[in-house]
Write a protein that binds this ligand. Structure first.
Ligand code: G1P
Length: 290
């Protein structure tokens, strides 16, 4: 089997973000910032760093801020130039002309449906899927593409969570495990009751195009939604399927506490604001302010 390169990545960004209301009433949840960068930009940078060339956003109404964010902001650039200010903060996000593609999901029918909406753009190639509310520091997609390049097949991220959390995620039923790659024997989306393990799928995937044919059936699963996890589960046994553990940090920014933790951790790691935030956090935790 020839191993085709992963050139395209799907970003499902049509979700309403109800967990973050009122912040997300008029603003896409993917535009929430961690320190000074929106979540979607971290996710796109992760893909570009992994060598992915085409960025496919599956979007919806109220999401035009995402399109604008990845476009050239002519007036802003001009004003910065006239004022002699640096453009560094906005130059990094410029994508190759023709790289970003925007598709509307039209109806909120689930993650599987969002991915399926991109089927014509994906064509007959393997593709990545990145869920931007899972913020990864350390190059998750780059590490996974590297592992995929020598093995091929389907890859999904694998990450240990506490047993109480398994009902919130797609969960892997693991087989052979070498600490980095885990054999995927079965998958279950948001298990009720006992989960097969505490290895969850943290929103990073490299999938073969055949999964689109399974998604054609529009079968619904957990929560009455068309689940990507269920479609992937049907590929197991027909194609190789690997869980992949990455080396780095993960922040669940789909959750308020996780989002605040991401802000704190990334701020502490920054040269510009880090020392001040550290002093403040220490004072806050240990009592008196000076
Ligand atoms: C989605 C997936 C789930 C995955 C999770 C990661 O769930 O369906 O398998 O584990 O993302 O955050 P959602 O959070 O959209 O309900």
């Amino acid at each position: 089997m020839t191993i085709k390169a992963v050139r395209k990545a799907i970003f499902p960004v049509a979700g309403l973000g109800t967990r973050f209301l009122p912040a997300t009433k008029a603003m896409p949840k993917e535009m929430l910032t961690v320190v000074d960068k929106p979540l979607i930009q971290y996710a796109v940078e992760e893909a570009l760093e992994a060598g992915i060339e085409q960025i496919i956003f599956v979007t919806g109404r109220n999401k035009t801020a995402i399109e604008d964010h990845f476009d050239i902001a002519y007036e802003l650039e001009d004003t910065l130039r006239v004022r002699g200010k640096s453009l560094a903060a906005i130059e990094g996000i410029r994508m190759q002309p023709g790289s970003p593609v925007y598709i509307r999901q039209q109806e909120p029918l689930g993650l599987g449906h969002a991915v399926w909406c991109a089927r014509e753009v994906v064509g007959d190639e393997p593709f990545a899927v990145i869920l931007p509310d899972e913020l990864m520091v350390g190059g998750f997609m780059r590490q996974m593409v590297e592992a995929y390049t020598s093995v091929g097949g389907n890859f999904i991220g694998a990450l240990e969570v506490s047993p109480e959390e398994t009902g919130k995620y797609g969960i892997i039923s693991p087989g052979a495990d070498d600490g980095r790659l885990v054999e995927v024997k079965a998958l279950v989306e948001k298990p009720k009751g006992t989960a097969p393990s505490n290895l969850m799928i943290p929103g990073r995937y490299i999938l073969q195009p055949e999964v689109m044919q399974i998604l054609d059936a529009h079968e619904t699963g957990a929560g009455g939604e068309i689940q990507l996890t269920d479609a992937m589960a049907q590929l197991i046994g027909r194609q190789p399927f690997h869980g992949f553990r990455f080396e780095g940090e993960r922040y669940d920014c789909g959750d308020k506490a996780g989002y605040i933790q991401a802000n704190l951790a990334l701020a502490l790691g920054r040269e510009d604001v880090g020392p001040q935030v550290r002093r403040f956090a220490e004072t806050l935790l240990h009592g008196t302010f000076d």
